[in-house]
Design a protein around this ligand. Structure first.
Ligand code: ACO
Length: 331
């Protein structure tokens, strides 16, 4: 894979809603316990958006912070791409809604739907557009209000998810060997039924029956998802390292999709990278789908963990199934 070092994360922002839901709070809603959730997932609490707060509202706050962090004006944004499984509407896209709330217009704006791998897909899309030389600053937003599609009566799923948004401004630089060094993406639609929200689209439009049957909520076959997540996150990471002529030893930090501590542990073993190099904050947020990687990145940067020149490996897996990995030389 040719190394193109001219695209980098110029600004990074995150927003997590104020309201927190602890494992103990959940044990009052469904038959579960703090002990079960901690030992099976590593999650301790998660953030829940307010009733009137839509995915675009969470994304807007993250986007404003990313733009401020980039040190540019919002009018310098040349494109808005949003990743979400919980769009405000089927259409207009959340990217268009967010663009309007941001107070800009004219630049292209669109959504992608690749579930938990969304941020990696965004990085690749943004990088490709920037390398085409027609754009200078692209706003990438991963925003998820999973609380709006979680069945709060289903203990198998409701303990896993939370709400959050993360955003980056991706820009060009003349500096060599920094920024996004490479990305691999993958998908296999044969596994779509293992993790889905069945109703609300054209296959199963909303009806009294779909609502009564709970088909607008996330449905998941947890143990199968677990195995595929570990395998694909590990395999695509190794594939990417090979393509970039790098090895696991070159990596300073791994930022995995924050789904479950046991998935992270298993990926660490497969990659033979020590857990000390893994960035994890899922204990405080649960699985926030595509927002989980930028949320974790922002927190780790805040803690001063990333130094210029550090090699970061991002890897994710999600419904579809989809997966992907990115290597970033921190600038
Ligand atoms: N509290 C108490 N008991 C529970 C709960 C709960 N919240 N949820 C399930 N159980 C019970 C089950 O009913 C079952 O009981 P039974 O044996 O009497 O039937 C028992 O616990 C074991 O259930 P399993 O599903 O086998 O539990 P497992 O050890 O596989 O853990 C989990 C479940 C945590 C969901 C696991 O499969 C997992 O992590 N899967 C990965 C999926 C994931 O993280 N998905 C997120 C979306 S995809 C993504 O982001 C990559």
């Amino acid at each position: 894979m040719p190394t193109n070092s001219s695209v980098y994360i110029r600004g990074l922002g995150v927003y997590t809603p104020e309201k927190r839901l602890s494992n103990d709070d959940l044990s009052k809603i469904v038959d579960t316990s703090d002990e079960w959730i901690r030992t099976r997932t590593g999650i301790v609490s998660r953030c829940i958006a307010a009733d009137g707060e839509a995915a675009s509202d969470l994304g807007l706050k993250a986007a404003e912070r990313a733009i401020a962090d980039a040190g540019i004006s919002k009018d310098e944004i040349d494109m808005v791409i949003v990743s979400t499984v919980t769009p405000d509407y089927i259409f207009p896209s959340t990217a268009c809604v967010l663009q309007n709330k941001l107070g800009i217009s004219g630049c292209p704006a669109f959504d992608i739907l690749t579930a938990c791998s969304g941020f990696i897909y965004l990085l690749e899309l943004g990088s490709r557009f920037l390398r085409g030389n027609a754009y200078r600053n692209i706003l990438l937003v991963s925003t998820e209000k999973l609380s709006s599609v979680v069945n709060w009566k289903d203990r198998n799923t409701c303990v896993l998810f939370g709400d959050a948004a993360g955003a980056v401004v991706l820009s060009k630089t003349d500096e060599a060997d920094v920024g996004v060094l490479g990305t691999v993406l993958g998908a296999d639609g044969a596994y779509g039924d293992l993790l889905k929200q069945p109703a609300g689209g054209s296959a199963l439009p909303a009806s009294y029956e779909t609502v009564a049957n709970g088909q607008h909520f996330i449905q998941m076959q947890g143990s199968s998802v677990f195995k595929h997540a570990v395998r694909t996150m590990s395999e695509c990471s190794l594939e990417l390292l090979k393509k970039c002529n790098l090895t696991a030893e070159d990596i300073r930090w791994v930022i995995p999709h924050q789904a479950n501590m046991r998935i992270v542990d298993a990926v660490a073993r497969q990659l033979e990278i020590p857990m000390e190099k893994f960035c994890v904050n899922l204990q405080n947020y649960g699985n926030t789908s595509s927002a989980s990687i930028p949320n974790c990145m922002a927190e780790m940067r805040e803690q001063g963990r990333f130094k210029p020149g550090d090699l970061l490996l991002l890897t994710a897996f999600g419904g579809g199934f989809t997966w992907g990995a990115s290597l970033i030389r921190w600038k």
